[in-house]
Design a protein around this ligand. Structure first.
Ligand SMILES: Cc1cc2nc3c(=O)[nH]c(=O)nc-3n(C[C@H](O)[C@H](O)[C@H](O)COP(=O)(O)OP(=O)(O)OC[C@H]3O[C@@H](n4cnc5c(N)ncnc54)[C@H](O)[C@@H]3O)c2cc1C
Length: 483
């Protein structure tokens, strides 16, 4: 639907996963809403992040899963077909067409204006279309900034000149590079190393600290082992200091330990910056390029008096709370509902865990890292829990000892950890590493968010033989608490 009106109850800047959800909830709450999108409706997740990356990774993990099962392994007589994997990725991204998402906007009665949005006044946004035409939109109630994030290009001499890949090029590539150096050992670096190693690329990961260093240490260790077993080189504790293309066109990376890495392509995966350049943030007393700080109802916080009147919100990556699609959508549901409630003069439930707040951002952010083995984590690590002052007990379990693991794969490798708050006998965090553990994660999220007492968890009986039996093992290791 193309917009004709110029006044809406809610203006949403950015039609990614979080923007779509803010608009949808507000419309369901009785408001009118418009989304302004400068690229593709659906945003990064659909076209250059979650979906294409997982589609690429899946080809390799499916093959490896079959190779781990006697009987099935004998049927795997060929190698991964990179061209077919790219073709499947193209189907998953709808060939970078947002037609179906635009149809959904239409069905959800959300207007769409294509172009670049800038805040030009209180509740006022000016859109510049590709042909230079401008439209001034006015919001009766609120403006939500949902403009996402972009890859950070660190200030390493020579980096910009070698024309590096960011996650966008890595997820939309159509050829398998002969060799790929990846700078950065976070989720994107580890996942892309997994994907490209399986596609046949010679991968070298250059990691400043340790791989997946924000997670429980055993996660990075097991993924490092697996990547090395898959033929990748994982260099930890080193940084790239300079890059240049040599006479053959390959990239040479100088590292701070004096060594060099040569690769046909380099991928930079060193973090994200907010997409707030050229957004008009000066109007609200901030600077373009800033992250937007929000309260738990997603209202933008700042010193400028123009922010008074509860009209400027920010959800998704741009508020830097938890840069994950599902958390951005969760924030968006809270924001869309609270915008509608405030507009309709209805009560706002902004107590922790209330209807109109995104409390889980602070306590229970689930994340699956789609490496092979997968890493699934929620809540606090042992180190973070200790730092936060909790009196904790750590429960560790080797997942390969489970009947479910024996059935799933020959030589299953996996590890699990639960962090118990000893004072309340509830879980603060859980981490699983192993094949197919991603689907286990929501059980842990429910236990952490629900603060389910361990005494009650004894009555949640896991089915045999599944990986879920890890819950029973955690409880047996802890000992039966009394209520
Ligand atoms: C390689 C990779 C893999 C990932 N995998 C996962 C995963 O498996 N699971 C997961 O949960 N998360 C994953 N993420 C993170 C996830 O992609 C982001 O958290 C999510 O896309 C953020 O959604 P958003 O709506 O905040 O922003 P976006 O999806 O980036 O949407 C923002 C939209 O705003 C538009 N826009 C920006 N500025 C303007 C403007 N001024 N005017 C008009 N439009 C504008 C943009 O064009 C864009 O479409 C991954 C990220 C990367 C990089």
């Amino acid at each position: 639907m193309t917009s004709a009106a110029e006044t809406y109850d809610l203006i949403v800047i950015g039609g990614g996963s979080s923007g779509e959800n803010v608009a949808d909830r507000a419309v369901q709450g009785g408001l009118t809403a418009v989304i302004i999108e400068s690229e593709l409706v659906g945003g990064d997740c659909s076209y250059w992040a979650c979906m294409p990356s997982k589609a690429l990774i899946r080809a390799g993990t499916a093959l490896d899963a079959a190779r781990r099962v006697g009987g099935a392994a004998e049927a795997v007589t060929g190698e991964l077909d990179a061209r077919a994997a790219f073709a499947r990725r193209d189907r998953v991204t709808h060939n970078w067409s947002d037609e179906s998402q635009v149809r959904w906007l239409d069905s959800a009665e959300i207007a769409l204006v294509r172009g670049h949005a800038r805040i030009t006044g209180v509740r006022e946004v000016t859109v510049t279309a590709d042909d230079g035409a401008t439209t001034v939109l006015t919001a009766t109630h609120a403006v939500a900034v949902c403009s996402g994030s972009a890859a950070l290009l660190p200030d390493i001499p020579g980096l910009a000149d070698v024309d590096p890949w960011s996650s966008r090029e890595a997820t939309s590539a159509t050829e398998v590079p002969t060799s790929l150096a990846i700078i950065g050992g976070g989720t994107v670096g580890a996942e892309m190393a997994t994907a490209y190693a399986a596609l046949g690329t010679t991968v070298t990961l250059v990691v400043r600290g340790t791989l997946l260093g924000k997670l429980e240490p055993f996660a990075g260790e097991l993924v490092t082992d697996a990547l090395r077993a898959a033929g990748a080189t994982v260099l930890t504790g080193v940084s790239a200091t300079e890059l240049a293309r040599n006479a053959d066109g390959d990239v040479e990376l100088s590292l701070d330990d004096g060594s060099t890495v040569t690769a046909s392509q380099v991928l930079v995966a060193t973090g994200r910056i907010p997409r707030t350049q050229d957004l008009g943030l000066g109007v609200v007393g901030m600077s373009d390029g800033d992250w937007l700080t929000v309260d738990d109802t997603m209202l933008v916080r700042g010193d400028s008096p123009v922010l008074e009147g509860e009209w400027l919100y920010a959800t998704g990556d741009v508020n830097n709370r938890a840069l994950l699609t599902h958390q951005g959508k969760y924030q968006a549901r809270a924001a869309g509902d609270v915008i509608a409630a405030r507009a309709n003069g209805k009560p706002v439930d902004d107590e922790p865990w209330g209807t109109h707040v995104a409390t889980a951002d602070h306590a229970a952010v689930p994340q699956v890292t789609f490496t092979d083995p997968e890493v699934a984590s929620v809540g606090l690590t042992a180190e973070a829990a200790e730092k936060a002052g909790y009196r904790i007990r750590v429960l560790d379990y080797d997942l390969s000892w489970l009947g479910g693991a024996t059935v799933l794969a020959d030589d299953y490798t996996g590890q699990a950890r639960a962090i118990v708050d000893e004072d309340r006998q509830v879980l603060l965090g859980v981490t699983f590493v192993g094949q197919d553990v991603g689907e286990l994660l929501h059980s842990a999220t429910i236990a952490v968010v629900g603060e389910v007492p361990l005494a009650r968890l004894w009555h949640a009986v896991p089915s045999y033989p599944t990986l879920s039996e890890v819950w029973l093992r955690f409880l047996e290791a802890y000992g039966r608490p009394s209520i």
